[in-house]
Each structure stands twice: as structure tokens, then as C-alpha cells.
Ligand binder design. Structure first.
Ligand code: NAD
Ligand code: 0WE
Length: 256
């Protein structure tokens, strides 16, 4: 029997075929899950319909700007109407205004700080709150994070602070939702060449740095994030909650 047979999941954060969300969605699908997808706005509608359209007629595809309470409410109401239940949710969404990722952290504006935290951290709380009433047989919520939450990665800046908030939110959500058998965990991924990473100056040097310095002497593959996402969603992870799991070729253990 497949690992996620009869599970119903929702995926936030597919932009294109390179998205980490797409890698995890494909793995969830392969493991037997039925999925719903949300996309940020009209700009990404076609992309997501083309990708997720291959998953069969039961696939729900809905717009959702995670900074909009009404959008989140509508999405979970439609999931409830169509499937009557939910088991899995993937949060793979982050944004900070570009200028906040270029200069010094000390110059972060109040507005850039607010936007980064709203999109990248608060949205997990809003999604978990809306998902919980549908997770009537327990559930697994997975969010994507990055090492810049705990150590200084030059230019990651306010995103690092927002990821620290995301990881702490994961622990508090795990505590609140644990009695309902809903687990909440983060995957801390090493750098992956996606849309969100492409614009970053020095990103290819960062990939080389991981290749040189990680214990496994290589970068992470999207399929490996899919495999860990599937594990966290499965009953094999039934006693794992509130954790940050590093899928980074071992980079996080290094002191030098
Ligand atoms: P991506 O650009 O493919 O995905 C980011 C997604 O966030 C996009 O689908 C975008 O539409 C969505 N998004 C942004 N603002 C939104 C909003 N207001 N409402 C709804 N959706 C919104 O890039 P990715 O690298 O796959 O990023 C996915 C997650 O993985 C992010 O949380 C990112 O921080 C994390 N992550 C990425 C890397 C990496 O190196 N690429 C490493 C570790 C963690
Ligand atoms: O979480 C991320 C990137 C998230 C991200 C990317 C962008 C680019 C376009 C958030 N907001 C924006 N805003 C934009 O306008 N990563 C883990 C990838 C990443 O981004 C970095 C990194 C790494 C790694 C930025 C600086 C340094 C390292």
C-alpha cells in the first residue's frame, strides 16, 4: 500500500515546475494523495493549471493570496465542500521586497519587515487555523524554511528574521494542535535553484559553497525534498511534531 493512500492534501506555493512545492506535490501524488493547489494570482494561474492539470479531474486549483483572510477562508471552504476532510497541508510561500534582500539588514524598512512576516510567517498560522477544523482524522502540516533563520547569511536579511518567526510559530502550532493529532513541522532546505532563488545575486556561488563545504559535498535535489515531505506527511512521522528537519546535505552541522 502507498504511503499516502486515501490522504487529501493542499499545496500552497507552486509558481512553476522548479518550485519546491511542485517537487513535494509530485511526491505526495506518487504516494497516493489527492491534492488541491493554490496559486498566488492570475499571473501564475496558467502555470499551475498546466502542471496540476496532469493530476486528474479530482484536482482542485484555486487562487489564494495568503495575505488575504477572505482568500484563505474561501479556499478551505471549497476544500471542505469538495472533499469533506483534509489530511495534509504544505506551506511553501515566502516573500520580502527585493530591496530588503540587497542592502544591509539594519536598513530594513518597517513596511518591508511587515510584508516579509505577513507573507512568510503569519500565513502559516492563518492556514493552520483554517485547516484544523477539516483535519478530523489528525493531519500533517509542513512548511519550508532556511538556515538563515538561525545564522547570518549575508543578504538574506529580513527573510532570516521571518523564517525564525516561521520556525517558532511551527512549535507553538504543534503545541496547540497536538491534542487534535495535527502535526506541524518544517523542512530546512539547502539552496535550490528556483524562481525565488534565481534573482539573488551570488546564488550560484552559494551552490558552489555548499558543494565544497557540506559533508555530502553536493547540493540538495528537489526529489529529496519530496521524499522528506512524504515522510513527514506519512504515519512514519506520527510522533514527530514541532521540528525543523534539515535536508541540506549536512551543511547545518558544520562549525567551519
Ligand atoms: P518559488 O518562487 O517557486 O515559490 C515561492 C512561492 O511563494 C511562489 O509560488 C509564490 O507565488 C508564493 N507567494 C509569494 N507571495 C505570496 C502571496 N502573497 N500569496 C500566495 N503565495 C505567495 O520558490 P521556492 O524556492 O520553491 O520557495 C518555496 C519555499 O521554500 C519558500 O518558503 C522558501 O523560503 C523556501 N526555501 C527555498 C530555498 C531555495 O533555495 N530555493 C531554500 C530553503 C527554503
Ligand atoms: O527563502 C528564500 C528566498 C525567498 C525570497 C526570494 C525573493 C526573490 C525575489 C523572498 N522574497 C523575494 N523577493 C523578491 O523580490 N531562499 C531560501 C532562497 C535564498 O534567498 C536568498 C538566499 C537564499 C538561499 C537571499 C539572499 C541570500 C541567500
Amino acid at each position: 500500500m502507498s504511503l499516502l493512500e486515501n490522504k487529501i492534501g493542499i499545496v500552497f506555493g507552486v509558481a512553476n515546475k522548479r518550485s519546491i512545492a511542485w517537487a513535494i506535490a509530485q511526491a505526495w501524488k506518487k504516494a497516493g494523495a489527492t491534492l488541491a493547489f493554490t496559486y498566488q494570482g492570475d499571473r501564475l494561474k496558467e502555470n499551475v493549471e498546466e502542471l496540476a492539470g496532469t493530476f486528474g479531474p479530482e484536482t482542485l486549483i484555486l487562487p489564494c493570496d495568503v495575505t488575504k483572510d477572505d482568500d484563505i477562508a474561501r479556499v478551505f471552504s471549497e476544500v471542505g465542500a469538495k472533499f469533506g476532510r483534509l489530511d495534509l497541508a504544505l506551506h511553501s510561500v515566502a516573500f520580502a521586497p527585493k530591496d530588503a534582500l540587497e542592502g544591509e539588514f539594519v536598513n530594513t524598512s518597517r513596511e518591508a519587515f511587515r510584508v516579509a512576516h505577513d507573507v512568510s510567517a503569519y500565513s502559516l498560522v492563518a492556514i493552520a487555523r483554517a485547516a484544523a477544523p477539516l483535519m478530523t482524522q489528525g493531519g500533517s502540516i509542513v512548511a519550508m524554511t532556511y538556515y538563515g533563520s538561525e545564522k547570518v547569511v549575508p543578504h538574506y536579511n529580513v527573510m532570516g528574521v521571518a523564517k525564525a518567526a516561521l520556525e517558532a510559530s511551527t512549535r507553538y502550532l504543534a503545541y496547540d494542535l497536538g491534542p487534535k493529532r495535527i502535526r506541524v513541522n518544517c523542512i530546512s532546505a539547502g539552496p535550490v535553484n528556483t524562481l525565488a532563488a534565481r534573482g539573488i545575486s551570488g546564488f550560484s556561488e552559494m551552490l558552489k559553497h555548499y558543494e565544497a563545504h557540506s559533508p555530502l559535498k553536493r547540493n540538495v535535489l528537489p526529489e529529496e525534498l519530496g521524499a522528506t515531505g512524504t515522510f513527514l506527511a506519512s504515519d512514519g512521522a506520527a510522533a514527530i511534531t514541532g521540528q525543523v528537519i534539515y535536508v541540506d546535505a549536512g551543511y547545518q552541522i558544520m562549525g567551519m
